[in-house]
Design a protein around this ligand. Structure first.
Ligand SMILES: *Cc1c(COP(=O)(O)O)cnc(C)c1O
Length: 432
């Protein structure tokens, strides 16, 4: 595979941008090799600056549930562009998307738009603190909630990939207000609450974790969290930046039938443009400025171009709810075929899937929490990743990220991927 132009661009980028990229995992550091500079995408495929074609399993890290460049999103953006790019004044599209969000996600009674998932979680936590007048929060090891200070404590995603789950630059004061519990372990939560009685503002969780690989919250565990939050007056926040509109129209909370107090959204809600949102119980949301005292703002929040793409996505979802069933069947078949290949060569790797999010961990046994995920052989994952990349299959360049299936992936593409995975397994496990 010729990647000359990507190599040249990377060299230039390294001089100008720390690590050559604007978000860490893009740099391929944990898997080795030169990152591909992407020129364009269409449907399930992306194309790099040397003209190589890849079946894309990153989907822009989550937004592209319909693949790249779907007609209805491009059309909506083009129409919005006719009217200008930004006004810093309210627009009709913001009201329409708020109505749709509240309709699709019933726990959300009011919503505020922001520009990223990070902003959504950061603001939701401030709001929960303002509402409860308490300072501490509980998060879970390996969960990722964006890169604001409070969350870079035992975080997942790139922070985990690079072995700095707790980042320098986060003050001790901030760190002491973030307590970390073990995913799927309710006793670890109860312990923290007992030791910090009456001091906890919020518990934030990815109900299906997608940033330490993919790990589903167990239904009993999530229900117990809901109960504890009710008993203790703690705000329960579901971070559905990844799972919102991905696992169901109403996100993971719809699958589990659990209503959080606040929900954070991102990725799909922007249809590939920078949009995030947080919303939930009216009583809490009304604490937000200008209706209440908790400050939150944004020059480009609710940007009309970005919102037009998000609105087109949510409208499409509302009118095509069968996409979730289709994705479920397609993703399940894909996973079953991979498992069959593994079985044939006598290997039993952990393969977690919820809907169209999945992760193949290079370790045996169940992966139910962060510690389990850390048993993965990341060296083997690197070999796997690079073998597939050279066959035109673009997986996330980290063991700890989710593989996404979109409505654009064809059966042929998925079968080709399984075939190449089998070849990779044979190389990886040859000596064992
Ligand atoms: C991606 C992600 C974020 C951060 O969103 P950004 O738009 O990257 O800031 C937060 N929480 C979860 C669960 C995510 O997957």
């Amino acid at each position: 595979m010729n990647i000359e132009n990507s190599i040249k661009l990377y060299q230039r980028a390294l001089e100008l941008i720390p690590g050559g990229v604007n978000s860490p995992v893009r740099a391929f550091k944990s898997v080795g090799g030169n990152p591909r500079f992407i020129k364009k995408g269409f449907g399930s495929k992306i194309y790099d600056v040397d003209g190589n074609e890849y079946i894309d399993f990153i989907g822009g890290w989550g937004p592209h549930i319909f693949g790249h460049k779907p007609d209805f999103i491009i059309k909506a953006i083009e129409e919005a562009l006719e009217n200008g790019t930004s006004f810093g004044a309210p627009t009709e599209a913001e009201v329409r998307i708020a109505e749709l969000i509240c309709e699709l996600v019933p726990s959300i009674e009011m919503v505020r738009l922001v520009n990223s998932g990070t902003e959504a979680t950061m603001s939701a936590i401030r709001l929960a603190r303002g509402f409860t007048q308490k300072d501490k929060i509980i998060k879970f090891e390996g969960c990722y909630h964006g890169h604001s200070d409070s969350f870079l404590i035992k975080a997942g995603s790139g922070a985990l990939t690079f072995g700095v789950p707790t980042s320098p630059g986060v003050t001790k004061g901030t760190a002491t207000d973030t307590l970390t519990a073990k995913f799927n372990d309710i006793n670890s939560v109860k312990d923290l609450i007992t030791k910090n009685k009456g001091q906890i503002a919020a518990i934030i969780i990815e109900p299906v974790a997608g940033n330490m690989g993919v790990i589903a919250g167990e239904p009993d565990f999530l229900r117990a969290l809901r109960d504890i939050c009710n008993e203790e007056g703690i705000v329960l926040i579901f971070d559905e930046v990844m799972t919102g509109f991905r696992l169901a129209k109403g996100g993971a909370q719809e699958l589990y039938g659990i209503k959080p107090d606040l929900t954070t959204l991102g990725k799909i809600i922007g249809g590939g443009m920078p949009v995030g949102a947080f919303g939930g119980r009216k009583e809490i949301m009304l604490m937000l400025a200008p209706s209440g005292p908790v400050y939150q703002a944004g020059t480009l929040s609710g940007n009309p171009i970005a919102v037009s793409a998000g609105l087109a996505s949510l409208e499409y979802i509302k009118n095509n709810l069968q996409v979730y069933n289709d994705l479920e069947i397609k993703s399940n078949n894909f996973v079953l075929k991979i498992k069959e290949k593994l079985h044939q060569i006598g290997k039993n790797l952990a393969l977690n899937r919820v809907g169209s999010m999945l992760c193949l961990f290079f370790c045996k046994g169940k992966v139910r929490c962060f510690e389990d995920a850390l048993n993965s052989d990341t060296q083997k994952f690197s070999t796997f990743f690079n073998y597939l990349l050279n066959k035109g299959i673009y997986l996330p360049p980290s063991q700890y990220e989710a593989i996404f299936i979109s409505t654009a992936h064809t059966e042929d593409e998925l079968n080709y991927t399984v075939e190449k995975m089998e070849e990779a397994f044979k190389i990886i496990f040859k000596k064992e």
